[in-house]
Design a binder for this molecule. Structure first.
Ligand code: NAD
Ligand code: UD1
Length: 370
């Protein structure tokens, strides 16, 4: 299979590139390096011993994307490109809506013109409404988001779902009328897989690629890693007065290589590969399917701090501070659908997560910059 990864030089994209190449698929990457560098792809090539077709481009630049997609004609696009910092999205909503929405619309227009029909999208557990009780199943109601970043995910899910529905209706109509599709019409029904990630953490086992946040990390694991390596003094635990066993929030931390392997399964599924339990073998998806990518097991902030201490061989300094606005107490996945339909489940636990995060951080204390 030929895949094209938008935002493929980023954290999750680079790990997915490794998993795709390891599974024997071809990989092209489009990235404008707004939050990454080409060095990540050089390292993907080093890990796998395989070549990646690398394009520096803005996914919202339609003429350029038409050129790239025409040259590649991928069987499946995996759309990672996007801005993802929650706090920054509150301060810069216009930039977040422009970039995240525009990249998806541009891709859809290009795909329709070129007759490309398969797309996997990076969504987030953040779309689940706050009133849901974990574990979240895919049919749990979507809710109000607390920030523009979350809304962009919510809206992109809706845009892709609507486009898939309309494309199927259009194809039916054209077929009934005995007509062939024009430039602005779908040649086949669009197939969309929405992957709702829980908390991606850790790094490739080699220590060559990993998460490289710019500035002060917003998320727990990169912050813990930077304290452990001596770049920061201590972690602030955002509240220990929640209604949980140790008072801190619980999340579903998933190893980024498990997540990456979930993308391989999703792309194979979209092209018609089915687990043995399913009947329609070989039939492309045509429509939209949603899958949670999580482990199904929650861990608290303090459990993660303790696990990291075991991995790096010394205690990670922390202080307890105030709750963070917008945090939910508990979030974890019901991961059964991905297991049953994609034949995928996470196999790495928190000790492997912390071992691999520490391996990456201790060998690359300043990320890709050295
Ligand atoms: P990342 O910032 O490391 O990767 C995103 C990549 O997209 C970067 O390489 C960036 O340079 C690129 N990019 C952004 N806008 C672009 C544009 N207009 N044109 C071309 N390239 C562009 O982030 P990540 O953690 O790898 O996340 C990947 C995707 O998964 C994002 O869409 C993110 O919102 C989503 N997601 C991430 C998490 C998480 O915790 N990391 C959780 C849920 C969903
Ligand atoms: C956050 C975002 C969410 C986004 C996700 C992945 C918020 C409110 N939510 O989710 O929209 O989809 O990242 O990018 O920003 N913690 C600390 N100290 C820290 C950092 C985090 O105690 O310095 C705690 C948090 O309170 C939380 C847990 O660690 O309980 C995990 O935090 P984080 O890694 O930011 O992920 P989420 O809160 O799940």
């Amino acid at each position: 299979m030929k895949t094209l990864l938008t935002g493929g030089a980023g954290y999750i994209g680079s790990h997915t590139a490794v998993a795709m190449l390891d599974a024997g698929h071809e990989v092209a990457v489009v990235d404008n390096y707004v939050n990454s560098s080409a060095e990540a792809i050089a390292r993907v090539e080093k890990i796998t011993g395989k070549k990646v077709a690398l394009y520096e481009a803005d996914v919202a630049d339609k003429p350029r994307m038409m050129e790239i997609l025409k040259a590649e004609m991928p069987d499946c696009i995996i759309h990672f490109a996007g801005l993802k910092a929650v706090g920054e999205s509150v301060a810069m909503p216009v930039e977040y809506y422009r970039n995240n929405i525009d990249t998806t619309l541009t891709l859809l227009e290009c795909m329709r013109e070129l007759g490309l029909t398969n797309i996997v999208f990076s969504s987030s557990a953040t779309v689940y409404g706050e009133d849901n009780v974990p574990p979240f199943t895919e049919d749990a109601p979507k809710g109000m988001c607390t920030n523009p970043y979350g809304w962009t995910k919510w809206m992109q899910e809706q845009m892709l779902t609507d486009a898939a529905k309309a494309s199927a209706a259009e194809c039916e109509k054209l077929k009934a009328a005995g007509k062939t599709a024009g430039k602005d019409e779908w040649k086949s029904p669009l197939s969309v897989v929405l992957l709702r990630y829980f908390n991606p953490v850790g790094a490739h086992e080699s220590g060559l690629i990993g998460e490289d946040p710019q500035g002060i990390p917003n998320n727990l694991m990169p912050f813990i890693s930077q304290v452990a390596v001596g770049r920061r003094d201590h972690l602030t635990v955002f509240g220990d007065d929640y209604d949980t066993p140790d008072g801190t929030c619980r999340r579903d931390y998933i190893h980024v290589m498990d997540l990456a392997e979930g993308h391989v399964k999703a792309a194979e599924y979209i092209l018609g590969k089915r687990s043995e339990a399913e009947e329609e073998s070989g039939k492309p998806l045509g429509g939209t399917e949603v899958f949670n990518l999580g482990t199904g097991s929650p861990y608290s902030v303090l459990e993660m701090v303790a696990a990291f201490g075991r991995a790096c061989g010394h205690a990670v300094a922390y202080e307890v501070g105030a709750r963070r606005a917008g945090d939910v107490q508990d979030s974890w996945a019901d991961a059964e659908k991905a297991r049953a339909v994609l034949g995928w489940q996470a196999s790495r636990g928190i000790d492997e997560i912390c071992r691999d995060a520490w391996n990456w951080q201790s060998h690359n204390p300043h990320g890709y910059k050295e």
